[in-house]
Ligand binder design. Structure first.
Ligand code: ATP
Length: 668
């Protein structure tokens, strides 16, 4: 967990209260024995087993010792023992949890089987069993509670480690000859740390309660030492004479246990283990600079109703993650406006990290669990998914409404970058396709499979009858991508969103997939949104290009006007695509600098630090404004020289004489 996540956990009211309580308990644990240690031991023969008095607010025990001081002083012992037991549990659990990943297959299975067997026993029974084995007393109880909790912690570690150890970077580390210990410490544990921290915190609360239980039963702390559990046991004997003698240690146990558990919950929310969706703070729209000041005369568009034939109308789409931004959130997508009309092909381009995929995933409501998606308008294939004005798309309807799922499932198709991970590897391709028709249209098995075969034929999968009964790994990469498109065609989609569908394919297969998308678009009349970081690929297929930078749309223009792009970033992107006339003696052109980190996006135009035309005016937020017919750019200094050459005086903007191809692009 990073510092930002701890900060975000503490900003959460529950987390803040829990952390405050824990700090208070920690202070008490340090100072109480020093300040009141003697007073807690002092016996008063004149005040045996008394109720509440002015000298002893919580009364006294059978030897006349002050209950209040004893409860306060017991904080150190109670917390210390619980934390020690938790530490034993975590260490034993982590060792048992990572062993299967680094041992040979047979020994690994043995460890897993042993852990599973131990998990089958109730933890309390196991603790009692260990307490008897290790002997009565604090040491035995610590070992008993620590070891009793270890199997379930080990299971958690095993599950998380198993998920990570299959990933490519672990394989790469193994190939590179990284030793087992280093593999665990550097590659496995840091990637499973978050759920472990959360569970260890919750576990500490549980250990506290378990400890109190064992001491209460006489198996834990032995006299003359005392913890809350023992005080509770002693107080319970006299509960009718002095209820506060039992209540006070009981309340202390509950408060401390709750503090640990709630802190664990707050951390879990931040790291997304059990996320509750929240309304994001609204972005304060920086008013555009006054055109009268001469900085720019770009015309800000009036709020408009989406075109009646729009299959996608998005306004102010934001995707936030808890992070290091000024308000505790980062916004990789920060106010995207996008409209796609029926039958249109629109390409979204931008450098890696510009927010293209998150935008696409949010449209299909597939944004990662931790993400909070808000929009002023989010109309997708005839369904309004945003409640309005910056509302979060919560878990409540329409998100979970089966009718909504069916609507989107039949009218919206997604084609992902890596078809290998998009298909269930254990299910035959034909049946996976057929599932769409069965779930959304209630078709019978045979009819659904027949349709799947027909769709595989449509996307030119050879021998579709036979191929439908094969598993995804039996397909080639290009064929899998075709099958993915076929899955989208199982119903009659109005919108197909293809997120980098050709990135994982070689150039010839890329062409086939693009051609297929074009054919599908022509035959079905569906609109296509093609996402790519390669502007040349997008220009081949699309009628309109939307350019994203740092989570926002910075330009949209017809594909056939790309040579007259107005935004310096678009021009820089175009300038970095080599063509037949590119001088092969020179290094390839690149866009200088790097996109900003979403957590520290500069005020105003995010491209300004990389732009050779930037000046003071660019410190204000540029809005997407019409710079030519069908062309909008979010730039204070749009490059309009070409329009002028073509006789299109663009909305009174001052053309600059310099060519961004010359100045916005550097040679790597
Ligand atoms: N699950 C996540 N948690 C936190 N931040 C995320 C998460 N997913 C994405 N991001 C942030 O969002 C940014 C944009 O991600 P996105 O995948 O949309 O970029 P992209 O433009 O599609 O890039 P690429 O072309 O490399 O796929 C990332 O740089 C990252 O900072």
């Amino acid at each position: 967990m990073g510092r930002a996540q701890w900060r975000a956990a503490l900003r959460n009211p529950v987390g803040a209260v829990a952390a405050g309580l824990l700090v208070l308990l920690a202070i008490l644990a340090i100072v109480a024995p020093i300040l009141w240690g003697d007073a807690a031991e002092a016996t008063d023969p004149a005040a045996l087993s008394q109720g509440s008095t002015s000298d002893h607010p919580l009364g006294t025990d059978a030897l006349g010792r002050d209950i209040m001081f004893r409860v306060l002083v017991a904080t150190r012992y109670s917390l210390g023992l619980a934390l020690l037991a938790t530490a034993i549990c975590v260490v034993a659990g982590v060792i048992l949890g990572v062993l299967p990943a680094v041992l040979g297959r047979r020994s690994g299975r043995l460890v897993v089987a042993a852990v599973n067997l131990a998990v089958a026993f109730p933890a309390l029974l196991l603790a009692l069993f260990f307490a008897v084995i290790f002997g009565v007393g604090a040491r035995g109880a610590v070992l008993a509670i620590g070891l009793a909790g270890a199997p379930s912690f080990a299971r958690l570690v095993q599950t998380n480690v198993a998920a990570v150890s299959g990933r490519d970077f672990v394989a790469a580390a193994r190939v590179a000859g990284v030793g087992r210990f280093r593999l665990i410490v550097r590659h496995l544990l840091p990637n499973v740390g978050e759920p472990l921290v959360v569970n260890a915190t919750v576990l500490a609360g549980g250990a506290l309660l378990a400890f109190a239980g064992l001491s209460f039963l006489g198996l834990g702390v032995q006299p003359p030492a005392y913890d809350w559990g023992r005080l509770l046991g002693e107080g319970l004997d006299r509960i009718y004479i002095n209820p506060s003698a039992a209540l006070a240690p009981g309340v202390a146990v509950v408060i401390a246990g709750l503090a640990f558990t709630l802190l664990g919950e707050a951390i879990a929310q931040v790291v997304g283990i059990r996320t509750t969706r929240r309304i994001l703070p609204r972005r304060s729209a920086t008013p555009p600079a006054d055109p009268a000041d001469g900085a720019s005369t770009a015309t800000a568009p009036a709020p408009t109703e989406p075109a009646p034939d729009a299959v996608l109308a998005v306004e102010g789409l934001r995707v936030g993650f808890p992070g290091a931004g000024p308000d505790g959130w980062t916004y990789p997508v920060d106010g995207v406006d996008l409209t796609v009309r029926r039958g249109e092909t629109v390409g979204i381009v931008g450098e890696s990290g510009s927010g293209k995929s998150l935008t696409a995933l949010s449209l299909a409501r597939l944004a990662p669990e931790r993400a909070v998606v808000t929009a002023d308008r989010l109309d997708v294939v005839g369904l309004s998914l945003a409640g309005g004005d910056g509302d979060a798309l919560g878990d409540e309807p329409p998100r979970d409404d089966p009718a909504v799922r069916k609507h989107l499932g039949t009218r919206l198709a997604m084609v992902f970058q890596d078809p290998m991970t998009s298909f269930n590897p254990s299910m035959r391709v034909g049946w996976q396709l057929a599932e769409v028709a069965r779930v959304h249209e209630g078709q019978g098995r045979r009819a659904a499979l027949a349709r799947a075969i027909d769709r595989l034929r449509t996307v030119r999968v050879p021998a579709p009858q036979r191929r439908a009964h094969q598993y995804p790994h039996e397909y080639s990469g290009g064929m899998r991508q075709r099958a993915m498109v076929a899955m989208g065609l199982m119903s009659e989609p109005e919108l197909i969103i293809a997120d980098e569908p050709t990135t994982a394919l070689d150039v010839t297969v890329q062409r086939q997939v693009l051609r297929l998308l074009r054919e599908v678009q022509r035959e079905t009349g569906a609109a296509v949104v093609l996402i790519s970081h390669d502007i040349a690929v997008v220009a081949q297929l699309c009628q309109r290009i939307v350019v994203m930078y740092a989570g926002r749309v910075v330009e949209e223009l017809p594909a056939d006007r790309l040579d007259r792009a107005a935004h310096p970033y678009t021009r820089a992107l175009l300038g970095s695509v080599p063509d037949l006339t590119t001088d092969r003696e020179l290094p390839l052109a690149t866009v200088p600098g790097r996109p900003p980190d979403p957590a520290s996006r500069p005020a105003g135009c995010a491209f300004a630090p990389r732009c050779s035309f930037a000046d003071d005016v660019c410190r204000a937020d540029p809005r997407l404004a019409t710079v030519a017919p069908d062309q909008r750019a979010a730039c204070w200094h749009p490059r309009l020289d070409d329009q002028k050459q073509h006789g299109q005086e663009p909305h009174g903007q001052e053309p600059h004489g310099r060519q961004p191809h010359e100045e916005g692009v550097s040679r790597a």
